[in-house]
Structures are given as C-alpha cells and as structure tokens.
Design a protein around this ligand. Structure first.
Ligand SMILES: *Cc1c(COP(=O)(O)O)cnc(C)c1O
Length: 478
C-alpha cells in the first residue's frame, strides 16, 4: 500500500521501518528497560518511529534523492536520546549565563549552602514548625523568623507569607477593605505581567484612589485626595522601571507626617527590599527596609527571593498592632509560608547577622559584589580551556559587557562584566543558542549581533567546569 505522493522505492523503505516489538528485543533497548519505566521506553520508541516515518515521507515529497534505507544503530541512538529526554525531570537546574542575577523565569535567587542544609533537615524529618518545646503546646511558625527580621530591620513585629504579592494583598485587605487607598500614578506598576497594583487593590476589596501624574506627584495631591474614606497611603517601589527627567515624588517621611494627624497608616511596598546598604558593592544606594521604617513607614512589604537572596517568601515588617491584625486575617492562613521556605529563610536571615559573611555566603550578593576582574578571570578560564581556534562551526572570544541585577531591582544600574562570546562561522546564532538550551544542564545566554553571549557574572565558579564541558561537546560536533 503506497502512501500518497511516494514513489515505489520510498514505500519499500517505509516497509523496512522495524516494528516496535522488534526494537524492544534489541539489547540496547533492553538496557533502557532495566532503568526506565516500560511506558517511557515504549513512548520513546513509538515517537522515534513516527518521526522517522515523517522524515522519510518529507524527503520523498521534496523529490530528494530516495532515502538510503534504515540505519539501525542511528535509530537506536535516537531512541536512547528520546528515552532520556522523557525520563528526566521537568523542573531541573540550569546555568544562568544571562548576566541577570535575579531572573524570575529561572527561579530568582539560588540559595546559600546554609539555607539548603536547613531546608534539607526540615524536609527529611519532623520539625518544631508549630510546637513550643517548652510547654509542649502549639506554637507559631512565625517565631522562627520574626525576631531575626526585627533585629535586622528595627521593626516592631514581622510576618512571613508565601510571596510579596500575597503580602501586599494581605496588608491592603487588612488595612483598607471597603475603604480607599491613595497611590501615586507614578507608582501604579505592573510586575512580571500578572501582578498589577491596581488589580491587587480590587482583589483586596479596597478602592484605588490615584493621585498626581505619571511623572510628578506632590504632597498636596495626597492631601487633597484624603477624606474620611481613606484608610491607607500606599507607596510602591517602581521596581522594574525608572521615570527620569522632570519628576517629583513625595518622600516617605512627608507622607508619614501628612497621615499622622489623621491616624492614617503609611505602607511601603518595597518589592526587592534590600536589608543592607549595597553601595559598597558598586550599586547606588537602594533604600533599605530599616531606613524605610526609620522614615516612619507603618508597614513595609518585600520579597524573600529578590535582593534578599533567600527562598520565595513575602515579608511584612512594621508596627506591632498592624502585624497583629494581619495575622488574625483569615487570608493569612491562605497565604501562609511553607516549612521548607521558612527553614531556608531562617538560615538566610541568620547569615545577615554577620555582615562580613553576607557577600561571601549568599550567591546573589556574591554575584552582585564580584569585582570586574574576578568575572574576567572566570571568563578567561573558559577561553583558555577551549582555545581560540574555531571548531563545531563557531569560534570563542571574550567581550566586556554590562550585567544587570534584574528581579525588579535597580533597573537602570549595571555592573561591569565579561562574556564568553560564541561567534558562529556559518550557522545563525539562534541555532547555537538553541543547542545550548538543549544541553544538559541547559545553558541560558543571549544573542547580540549574531553572536551568543555567555555572561560570566552569573555563572557560579563551581559551574565553570560544567560549562566548559558543554561547550567542548558542542565544538566536537560538526
Ligand atoms: C516583585 C514585586 C512584587 C511581587 O513580589 P513576589 O515576591 O514576586 O510576589 C510586588 N511588589 C513589588 C514592588 C515588586 O517589585
């Protein structure tokens, strides 16, 4: 039975495609069956055969020279690759060569060794999660981080929840449900596509009262907007953008002074929320959580996995009375932090108690604070291992570049960095970039001017040999 549009020779070859049963008896498929579940191997065999069939038909339709016949070793190789592809986990590690230290799509902050150790212990065993060991009675999971957060920020009380979006939702709902929240039009930000401050106001049951203009908001704008319906002045850190030029914004302390006679609380959603001054690490001063509280903010919210360098979490720090109300809100249970994040968060915060260790032990701060020289040396190590002669269809070189912090932190700032640059000789850079994404582990870089840039600021030192191995493998292919 010849298929439509195929010559008799193609039909003959299609008949030569081995049957599934036949392949399952091959020694190398038997070996796969010993380590992988049968359904995985079976699916891989079927998928490979159907792809082969499609390929043969396509070639014949294009009027190509009739295919040569079935190459069995090659076919078995494809089955082996397809099986490992299907058997491996979906969520797995990746090498970040984008130069963006905090990148939401690839998991933001890698954890410190200490955080991973705490997380593992709590994951493998029962724990003191909500047990007061002295009384033997039920305790609060918040005790594990609250005093650390208080000490590190100077806040009266603290609460950790699932993420910062949840922290903002919980806070606005607690403080302003059924009432108005005054926010500057210059701060109605959208973070990562789905989190928009105006939408969160609505979901929290509060009415947004926008004041000022995109570029300028004055204290009198807040004063005019305030009424007996107002429950909260909210300031939002314009995380991922900056308005430059003719601008005016109201400092936190002025807003606090405006609210005080009316007992109006001021909340600051800081987004990234630096715990320490980052200017010694080459970044212009980002206000710290402690500074915001000292300026009089009643409540500050920020993420655990942005500049802080810990696990996904949302942190609320501020006045004891406000935190107590947030805790009692039934939403607090819906957005509570899980024990693994809590364990990693406690360890991360503990690292901050020794300011000299922070930039050494927390991977994100280590990447941010690495000197340009240190990054260049890492790039030179890769170049030295690979050599400058071209092979695999590309040549390797180094280029000085600028890296970014990302994750909604310091969008206009950059750090000096060095990239390992793959310069394709014939194929387009897209092919090379895709091959790197298909590697194990995948490597994520970026393309510029038909070159693939691998930014070494975000490649951790212990990942360098792995990256070299992946690049060598690519070079060996022709
Ligand atoms: C990132 C960010 C959020 C959301 O925080 P998640 O931890 O991602 O939920 C909220 N507000 C601001 C200002 C942010 O930068």
């Amino acid at each position: 039975m010849a298929e439509r549009g195929t010559g008799p020779k193609t039909a003959t070859i299609l008949r030569q495609i081995p049957a599934v049963e036949e392949l399952l008896h091959q020694e190398c498929v038997q070996a796969l069956l010993r380590v992988h579940p049968r359904w995985v191997v079976l699916d891989a065999v079927r998928e490979t055969l159907s792809a082969l069939r499609e390929q043969l038909l396509r070639e014949s339709r294009k009027g190509k020279a009739e295919p040569e016949g079935i190459n069995l070793p090659h076919l078995l190789d494809r089955i082996r690759l397809e099986t490992t592809r299907r058997a491996r986990p979906s969520l797995r590690r990746l090498i970040n060569a984008t130069g963006i230290v905090l990148h939401t799509n690839i998991g933001r902050a890698p954890l410190s060794a200490a955080a991973v150790a705490r997380l593992e212990e709590v994951a493998r065993h029962y724990s003191t999660l909500e047990l007061d060991l002295e009384t033997g009675e039920r305790g609060s999971r918040q005790v594990h981080v609250e005093s650390l957060l208080r000490r590190l920020t100077g806040g009266e009380a603290a609460l950790a929840v699932n993420n910062n979006a949840a922290a903002v939702l919980l806070a606005v709902n607690t403080l302003a449900e059924g009432q108005e929240v005054v926010v500057s039009r210059g701060e109605l930000v959208e973070i990562g596509g789905s989190f928009r401050i105006p939408d969160v106001m609505g979901k929290a049951g509060a009415t947004l009262r926008e004041v000022g203009t995109t570029n300028r908001t004055h204290l009198r704008d807040y004063a005019t907007a305030r009424s007996e319906r107002t429950a909260l002045f909210l300031k939002v850190h314009p995380s991922n953008f900056r308005i430059e030029g003719f601008t005016a914004e109201v400092p936190l302390s002025a807003l606090v002074a405006l609210g005080r006679p009316h007992a109006l609380p001021v909340m600051f959603d800081m987004g990234s929320g630096a715990l320490i001054d980052l200017s010694p690490h080459g970044l212009t001063a980002e206000p710290t959580v402690g500074e915001a509280l000292r300026a009089g903010a009643d409540l500050v919210t920020f993420s655990g996995d942005k500049l802080l360098g810990g696990p996904q979490a949302g942190l609320l720090v501020g006045k004891a009375e406000i935190i107590a109300r947030c805790r009692k809100n039934p939403l607090a249970r819906a957005v509570r932090i899980d024990k693994l994040s809590l364990a990693a968060l406690e360890a991360t915060l503990t690292t901050y108690l020794d300011q000299d260790r922070v930039a050494v032990e927390l991977p994100t701060l280590r990447m941010i604070s690495a000197s340009g020289l240190e990054v260049r040396e890492r790039a030179q190590a890769v170049l030295a291992a690979l050599g400058e002669t071209s092979s695999g269809g590309f040549r390797v070189d180094l280029e000085e570049e600028r890296a970014r912090v990302g994750g909604g932190a310091l969008p206009t700032e950059s750090l000096p960095t060095t990239c390992v640059v793959l310069i394709p000789e014939a194929l387009p850079a897209e092919r090379l970039e895709a091959a790197l994404r298909a590697a194990e582990p995948p490597v994520l870089g970026r393309i510029r001017d038909n070159k693939v840039l691998l930014d070494m600021r975000t490649v951790q030192t212990e990942e360098v040999p792995l990256l070299i191995g992946i690049l060598r493998h690519l070079m060996d292919q022709e």
